[in-house]
Design a protein around this ligand. Structure first.
Ligand code: ADP
Ligand code: MG
Length: 665
């Protein structure tokens, strides 16, 4: 049994009581037989008078019939199919709770039994009131879980409550043990929901407190160079930019400017859709380091992305007379060493590369700002590894999530948003095209090509392996060269190419020597070719919402009207969820709005699946519903961290778990 329970994640008593029902069946209170109408389904308290087993014409089917009576003397025949063994247990005088439907019978009405319980201590658990339905498994039934939780609730009363009394009073929050009981055995549905919220609040409080402590640990244990006021270099930077910064970019820069003034290390997250102009803001932070006589690094999750960033940044740096180096593990050994030497001497002022930049014993003369692009952990440990002077850190993400959620997912970071792309950029026109009409999609794509534009074709997602996906992409590129794209120059980009090959393909596309890039999702981030104005995504229903939105961000990067054509099976063949995803994409280009839809469709687990966060084991919280609790939890976490209230031991233990294990710092 222990093994089977473990598969459900239930090891301790605490696990069992925290395994909340997923729903409740309302079976009402037990009624008397006499009050039952024909056809009515109800739970009845009754006593067995006599029992018999009746064979039927079907060989294996036996029927158990028990004449039952209630206190008022009303009688019926309770009928069970195929449970002959029951007959021995239903001795005359046995008291029963029977849930079933009353039907006309021969003589006495018959009660077709759906569930029954033999009355005893705690009877009614399975048949009366709101009957909990648990997330169960084939091996551990919801019935068994009801019994287990029932047994566990009593000892769970003696668990210490983590919430300080004053908090409980001010928030009118019940004791945890009471909330648990109410969640398992509610009298009304509203009671169950209130109990779940109470548990969710505590969970969010723990998370926030953990984040806060983590944040403060960084502030206490490390310090970054104070960069003071802006200098001449960033002034020139603004001048060389071929555009003026948007209001949102300026607001983001202002926040970063304030952060950098201080010795307290910046811990900020910059959220914004692909193409919203984050890189420009990031470079501002890097240049602030340089002009104050320090260095900056930008770290990307992949080599391709690092190369992309390098190309953008190097161009601007050259105009500014700032030295910039790319460091990736695919550099030849000698070059790799030379770049490292230049970083160590300070000759290189800005370093761009993968995460390896700060991990493999690369030394800096004086690192003041680190920009971390996409989902990379830059924690206390990394700061410690860098020694005394640790950098200000700016995280960037192109999969923005609603602000309240960001405060939960990235609770130890300040959050800045760039919600609107630079003006003048026209939203990408997105169309949902069925298979049968995909020929028209290619006609449209060819029209763009003959107008001198470029295009992407995204191949179907293949989950088996990158190798299979790569082969499929190559096959598709080959096919298109012969068919729809005959006469055009078609390149192919996938994850199995060597870095130099990938670079060659990308460069050729950038230089306009290729008209079309047939690609897997490797083009999802970082590729920036303003002349590419149309994208076809094949079998778009297989992709996730965020992924499609990211892919779409590859077009619409220049001034031209751009298009994204999502080819899929007809709507009737799609799941409800897949249709909703495609519809949402057609409807809006706003990443924040899409994140909301994604959250609604898939729940937070999926949405946040790939992120570093404390969310993976939020047991009670349903973020889509519980947003109002997040701000409240944050406030209380601050009051607790400020010492206004005593942090009780259980809360401290939990918060330390979060503090030490998870999240950005
Ligand atoms: P992100 O990093 O958020 O995906 P980028 O910083 O790469 O976005 O910007 C996308 C494109 O928009 C780039 O080609 C960039 O030069 C351009 N861009 C950035 N800011 C502005 C602006 N304020 N006005 C016009 N174009 C801009
Ligand atoms: Mg970018």
């Amino acid at each position: 049994m222990a093994e089977r329970l473990e598969k459900l994640g239930l090891r301790t008593l605490r696990d069992v009581v925290e395994h909340l029902p997923r729903a409740y069946l309302d079976w009402g209170d037990a009624t008397g037989l006499g009050e039952l109408r024909l056809g009515q389904e109800a739970t009845v308290a009754c006593t067995v008078e006599r029992v018999s087993v009746r064979p039927t014409r079907r060989r294996n089917l036996k029927i158990v019939e028990a004449v039952v009576t209630d206190e008022s003397g009303a009688r019926a025949v309770a009928v069970w199919f195929n449970q002959a063994w029951l007959a021995d247990r239903l001795t005359p005088g046995t008291r029963l709770l029977v849930h079933g439907t009353l039907e006309p019978g021969r003589g006495l009405p018959s009660l077709r039994v759906d569930r029954h319980e033999i009355a005893g201590d705690g009877a009614g658990l399975h048949t009366t009131g709101l009957v909990p339905l648990y997330p169960a498994s084939e091996e551990v039934s919801t019935w068994k879980l009801r019994e287990l939780t029932e047994a566990a609730l009593a000892p769970a009363r003696f668990f210490a409550d983590a919430l300080p009394a004053r908090l409980r009073v001010e928030e009118s929050a019940p004791l945890r043990a009471d909330a648990l009981r109410a969640a398992h055995r509610p009298r009304e549905r509203a009671e169950a929901e209130a109990a779940r919220e109470r548990l969710a609040f505590e969970e969010l409080l723990v998370l926030q407190l953990g984040f806060l402590r983590r944040r403060r640990a960084v502030e206490e244990q490390t310090s970054a160079p104070a960069l003071g006021d802006e200098g001449e270099l960033v002034g020139r930077y603004r001048d060389v930019l071929p555009f003026t910064l948007t209001e949102e970019q300026q607001a983001a820069i202002k926040e970063i400017r304030e952060d950098l003034r201080d010795r307290r290390p910046m811990q900020r997250l910059l959220q914004g859709d692909v193409g919203s102009g984050k890189t420009v803001v990031a470079l501002y932070a890097l240049l602030r380091a340089v002009e104050a006589g320090h260095q900056g690094v930008l770290m990307a999750p992949t080599e391709t992305l690092a190369e992309q960033h390098f190309l953008t940044i190097e161009g601007l740096c050259r105009d500014l007379g700032v030295s910039c180096e790319l460091l990736t593990s695919s550099l030849p050994a000698r070059q790799h060493r030379e770049v490292r030497e230049r970083l160590e001497s300070g000759e290189a002022e800005i370093g761009v590369g993968t995460h390896a930049l700060i991990q493999e014993g690369v030394e800096f003369r004086s690192l003041a700002v680190a920009v971390v692009d996409e989902q990379h952990r830059f924690g206390v440990e990394q700061r410690r590894a860098l020694g005394r002077a640790t950098p200000h850190v700016l995280h960037m993400t192109a999969t923005p999530i609603p602000r309240t959620l960001a405060q939960t997912v990235y609770g130890d970071l300040d959050v800045t948003e760039i919600a609107r792309p630079p003006r003048g950029r026209r939203p990408v026109v997105t169309r949902w095209v069925s298979h049968e009409r995909s020929a028209e999609a290619y006609t449209r794509l060819r029209r763009h090509l003959t107008d001198g534009r470029q295009a992407y074709v995204v191949c179907p997602l293949v989950s088996e392996s990158e190798a299979i996906e790569a082969r499929a992409a190559e096959g598709e590129a080959e096919r298109l060269r012969e068919a729809e794209l005959a006469g055009f120059r078609v390149g192919c980009l996938h994850g199995k190419l060597r870095p130099t090959e990938r670079r060659e393909v990308m460069d050729a596309f950038k230089r306009g020597e290729l008209d079309v890039l047939v690609a897997t999702t490797v083009i999802e981030v970082g590729v920036d070719v303003p002349n590419a104005t149309i994208m076809i995504v094949q079998e778009a229903d297989r992709f996730g919402l965020a992924q499609l939105h990211q892919l779409r961000g590859r077009v619409g990067r220049g001034g031209e009207q751009s298009y994204c054509l999502l080819v899929s099976r007809p709507k009737d063949d799609l799941t409800e969820e897949a249709s909703r995803r495609l519809e949402a994409l057609v409807e809006t280009g706003d990443g924040f709005a899409l994140a909301e839809v994604d959250l609604e469709l898939r729940g937070e687990g999926q949405l946040l699946g790939t992120r570093q966060s404390g969310l993976t084991d939020l047991k009670f919280t349903q973020l889509a519903r519980d947003r109002h609790l997040i701000a409240k939890a944050r406030e209380w976490a601050e009051r607790l961290a400020d010492g206004e209230l005593e942090i009780l031991d259980p809360l401290r233990r939990e918060a330390e778990r979060i503090e030490n294990n998870r999240g950005f710092a």
